[in-house]
Design a protein around this ligand. Structure first.
Ligand code: PEP
Ligand code: MN
Length: 277
């Protein structure tokens, strides 16, 4: 690959640590981001955030504007969801990350959240990338489900070129011929992104597998491959979740993931002091 095509994010130009609300991603410590797929209610978000915190997560996730494959399914609570994220994040002491679907939503999302997520379906939406770049907020950029590593890095380059160095890459699984898992976690891609680029790389084992019973094993593989963090979906009652009910972890399952991740992290020389809380 010609890394000269993305000079601002290529490994040649050093390494970047991205700070989200005081939490550093890409440093020696492995970071756990957890929370529900969608913000559904104050009670549901509070229970998810407490579970996340108890398991050692240091950043809260949750969707307020949802990029659903079907227009007939739950589309998120919108601004009400953003306000809940801010309130529950402050209450639990966790910075929050949430998705913006279109450029016009960036100022609103930036007003409530500590970081802006750009979803898989929008990885190559150039105007959205540029708006996120101009927002001043750190950006969590998810890999398009059929994007090559080069396209992924070029999307990150677009954000950095717009004036924002604070980009975290997220491998969330890509489409293959197999349909047993929702996507295919590109473990080798995580290792490659760390070599090719200077940006932190995290993994999303929830969307990568789409199956609750596989999420922890996929998380362990990602950490062993050098991921700087994980973003994991958790819900107090996963089977009744309004989105992604098959892949969200219960609080107990999230705690188990965290404990097992800690051991693999130690084996690859990674600190997890936050996760050990
Ligand atoms: C999400 O993280 O809420 C999400 C929709 O993921 P992706 O964009 O990876 O499908
Ligand atoms: Mn989801």
């Amino acid at each position: 690959m010609n890394t000269g095509a993305f000079p601002l994010v290529a490994r040649d130009s050093g390494t970047t640590i991205v700070e989200i609300g005081g939490v550093e991603i890409g440093g020696p410590e492995l970071v756990l981001i957890a929370g529900p797929c969608s913000v559904e209610s104050e009670e549901q978000l509070r229970a998810s955030a407490r579970a996340a915190r108890a398991a050692g997560a240091t950043i809260l996730r949750g969707g307020a504007f949802k990029p659903r494959t079907s227009p007939y399914t739950f589309q998120g609570l919108g601004e009400e969801g953003l306000a809940l994220l801010r309130r529950i994040g402050d209450e639990t002491g966790l910075p929050v990350v949430t998705e913006a679907l279109e450029p016009g939503q960036i100022p609103l999302v930036a007003a409530y959240a500590d970081a802006i997520q750009i979803g898989s379906r929008n990885m190559q939406a150039a105007t959205l990338l540029r708006a996120a770049g101009a927002s001043g907020r750190p950006v969590l950029l998810k890999r398009g489900m059929a994007a090559t590593l080069e396209e992924f890095l070029l999307a990150a380059e677009t954000i950095v070129l717009a004036g924002n160095e604070r980009v975290v890459l997220c491998e969330r699984g890509i489409r293959t011929f197999d349909s047993y898992t929702r996507n295919c976690l590109d473990v080798g891609g995580i290792a490659a992104l760390k070599r090719l680029g200077r940006l932190p790389v995290i993994a999303d084992p929830s969307h990568a597998t789409g199956r609750r019973e596989l999420v922890t094993d996929a998380a362990l593989a990602a950490v062993a491959a050098g991921a700087d963090g994980l973003i994991v979906e958790t819900h107090p009652h996963p089977t009744s979740a309004r989105s992604d009910a098959d892949q969200q972890l219960s609080p107990a399952e999230l705690t188990d993931l965290s404990e097992r991740v800690r051991r693999v992290a130690a084996a690859v020389g990674r600190r997890t002091s936050a996760i050990e809380r």
